[in-house]
Design a protein around this ligand. Structure first.
Ligand code: AMP
Length: 288
């Protein structure tokens, strides 16, 4: 496992060590790694000839400075975990080194920026776009592996790849959950045991709503989900039924489209998001 901190050193290494036709699989992360991240690296290992993982907490995508300050950091533990799944390269840049001299192209985030995560986290997707633009330009991956956990981010990446990196394909990996249903997230480290238990209950309610939707009215299910969140004492930001990848908001089940229920809420200490594909013939074939 080679470790690079310098952008230019990584570029030189890749130039020398990636033979013509070899496929680079890239897994961007912000560290505080868990099984969800490792699932991405394992998938990348299985599908590409050279695997690059980045560990970088991207200040630009934090709309809330307090969230950035409190984001868990543990590089040594991350490197030990990565040793168990065997990427070829770990990229650990400093902010200044990564962005020095970079000029971004025009990129229209479109309606992704005015709804759900885009609406509740102003500037978030612009920051995600900027860091990914630098990473993709530098690494030129054949595949980028990202989690369904951040579904709207996946939609953004599909858009970015289509416009600027047509050679690269997104491979989405299903959300990894704890046994009790809670989606793994680095931010879970900040939950109290009580909050963690309640958050798992919200995830279970979400999963059953996504299964039940084909036979039930969305307005009712949405109401029930909002109530579940309120009953835990958390404050919901949104609960929406969307169509992937344009994230148009839907009012009813459509068997011919790829739909997901997405939600976000705040606990006392942290903001959490989750989503689930609506059960349909289209979603059933997604990860097979
Ligand atoms: P982050 O470090 O939170 O920026 O996440 C890095 C990547 O890991 C993103 O593509 C996330 O969607 C993905 N990821 C985070 N949590 C999970 C999870 N529970 N299951 C699958 N992928 C995840």
């Amino acid at each position: 496992m080679e470790i690079f901190e310098d952008r230019q050193a990584l570029a030189t290494y890749l130039e020398k060590n990636v033979p013509e036709g070899a496929s680079i699989g890239f897994v961007p992360t912000m560290g505080a790694l868990h099984e969800g991240h490792l699932a991405l690296v394992r998938k990348a290992r299985a599908k590409s000839s050279l695997v690059v993982v980045s560990l970088f907490i991207n200040r630009r995508q934090f709309n809330n400075p307090d969230d950035f300050e409190k984001y868990p950091r543990n590089v040594q533990a991350d490197l030990s975990l990565l040793e168990t799944v065997g990427p070829d390269v770990v990229f650990l840049p400093e902010e200044e080194n990564l962005f020095r001299g970079v000029a971004f192209p025009v990129f229209d985030l479109g309606s992704l920026d005015d709804r759900l995560e885009g609406k509740f986290r102003p500037g978030h997707f612009r920051g995600v776009f900027e860091v990914l633009w630098v990473f993709f330009s530098l690494i030129r991956p054949r595949y980028v592996f990202m989690g369904q956990k951040d579904l709207q981010q996946c939609a953004l990446v599909e858009k970015l790849l289509k416009q600027h990196f047509p050679f690269t394909t997104l491979r989405m990996v299903p959300t990894v959950r704890d046994k009790d249903g809670l989606a793994l997230s680095s931010r879970n480290l900040r939950l109290t045991p009580e909050e963690r238990k309640k958050a798992a209950g919200v995830s279970r309610a979400l999963l059953s709503a996504a299964n039940a939707l084909p036979g039930m009215a969305w307005t009712q299910l949405r109401q029930d989900l909002l109530e579940t969140i309120h009953q835990t004492g958390f404050s919901p930001e949104y609960v929406e039924l969307i169509q992937y990848p344009d994230f148009s908001m839907e009012q009813r089940y459509k068997p011919g489209s790829l739909q997901a229920i997405c939600l976000a809420y705040n606990t006392e200490s942290v903001r959490l998001i989750d989503n689930a594909w609506v059960k349909s013939p289209l979603s059933a074939g997604l990860f097979s």
